[in-house]
Design a protein around this ligand. Structure first.
Ligand code: AMP
Ligand code: MG
Length: 403
């Protein structure tokens, strides 16, 4: 079987992934969800011209000669707080005491801030001139009626939540979060509450994958460990098909007990098995049974981690209707020369650092498909392209940002 490229595998997979539909959530539950509708302002914000300062609304021309030495006296005709509408119209020689956010009265064309005035009873001495429109915020300067203020497909962040409230939305339509089954495979793999002995290891992939699913927006359903026989595997996978997606780790390689492929083939249709030209990772099973996408990831922990980030995360995000499916990438200056053989795209666990306006990236020390420590100390995956054999210190390279 020849290898296919990471991008090709991702493309084939994503073509087969369908959106999960939408649900309505309260604004208090919307953080981190993917918006499934455009949010449109039904009204200007601010609704009317208003004061940006505590001070006095007046006619700019009246105070054009005002200085601290020669202040100009105006009569105060009204006191106006935010939330109240002006009743009076300003004529030449008059001012309105005004608070930040209060509407600008008819006739006024500027606001002088309090610090440049001195009040005496019902009049005010203005000690500075004002430009026309000074300290006035325009109606609609934040949002205009009819404007799309948040676009469908974005990850809702705190500022978006604020904007929803600006336009009066207490609920929003968001993408449904897929329920994703996690199956670990292997006779050597034990669960955390079991006593470990001899050649056994803990099921680190199962917990890590559940965490990755959660961080991608999905709802993990941990199904434990299937032993390396077809009966056990088929039983677990059958159970898993109640979810919207299934992710397994281990058992997809060429070993005698790598039975995930054959078990899945016996269960249904449309399974694809690839050697993907990547490292870590390489074997990958993908297919659908009863329209449920199934990912068979490799068992080595770093391979499982990286394969999830390349193929499963964008799939979960597509199911939820996200616009941006993949991790964001940055260009960074490589701090040490790295080598490899041509033919596979490598993902090096790496640490990206921003200092003094420069972005640098340092591959973490030990790299290896079983060395999870390298990933623990990383905040990105450095892309070492398939055809290259060397990337030298000081060159600009691409790094996928994990966090
Ligand atoms: P496999 O792909 O099943 O051949 O597994 C490859 C390597 O990954 C073996 O060393 C396994 O012991 C290890 N491995 C498989 N599944 C897990 C798991 N759930 N947690 C930690 N390591 C695993
Ligand atoms: Mg195995």
């Amino acid at each position: 079987m020849s290898s296919i490229k990471v991008g090709e595998a991702r493309k084939i997979i994503l073509e087969k992934i369908q959106s999960q539909g939408t649900e309505k959530v309260s604004i208090n539950e919307a953080l981190g969800r993917i918006l499934s509708e455009d949010i449109i302002a039904r009204r200007n914000n601010p609704p009317m011209d208003n004061s940006a300062m505590d001070g006095y609304a007046l006619i700019a021309k009246d105070v054009e000669l005002a200085t601290p030495e020669n202040p100009i006296k105006l009569d105060i005709i009204e006191d106006l707080a935010a939330g109240y509408s002006p009743e009076m119209t300003i004529q030449s020689g008059q001012a309105v005491r005004i608070m930040t956010g209060a509407p600008i009265p008819e006739g006024a064309d500027a606001v002088v801030m309090q610090e440049d005035t001195e009040r005496n009873g019902n009049s005010v001495q203005v000690k500075d001139k004002a430009e026309v429109r000074e300290n006035i915020r325009d109606a609609g300067e934040d949002v205009r009626e009819g404007e799309t203020v948040i676009r469908k497909g974005v990850d809702l962040m705190p500022a978006h939540i604020g904007m929803m409230a600006v336009v009066g939305r207490s609920t929003a339509l968001v993408g449904r979060r897929p329920r994703v089954a996690v199956i670990s495979t292997g006779d050597e793999v034990m669960d955390l509450d079991e006593p470990l002995s001899g050649p056994c290891i803990y099921n680190s992939n199962g917990y890590m994958l559940a965490a990755q699913i959660k961080s991608a927006g999905g709802i993990p359903s941990y199904l434990g460990i299937a032993r390396d026989n077809e009966k056990d595997l088929m039983e677990k996978f059958k159970w898993a098909l109640q979810c919207d997606m299934v992710v397994s780790s281990g058992g997809v390689s060429v070993g005698d007990y790598d039975l995930v492929k054959t078990s899945l083939e016996k269960m249904g249709q449309e399974m694809l098995f690839w050697k993907v030209a990547m490292k870590p990772g390489k074997p990958l099973a993908f297919g659908r049974i009863d329209d449920v996408p199934i990912f068979g990831l490799p068992g080595n922990p770093v391979s499982s981690f990286v394969s999830f980030e390349q193929f499963v995360r964008p799939s979960i995000r597509k199911m939820m209707g996200a616009t941006q499916l993949n991790h964001k990438s940055v260009q960074a200056k490589l701090t040490r020369t790295v080598h490899k053989k041509a033919g596979r795209q490598h993902f090096l666990s790496a640490y990206v650092n921003w200092e003094d306006g420069e972005c640098t990236v340092r591959p973490t020390q030990e790299q290896g498909s079983g060395i999870l420590k390298s990933t623990v100390n990383a905040n990105g995956l450095l892309i070492f392209p398939l055809e290259l054999t060397e990337m030298t210190e000081g060159t600009e390279v691409t790094v996928q940002l994990l966090y």
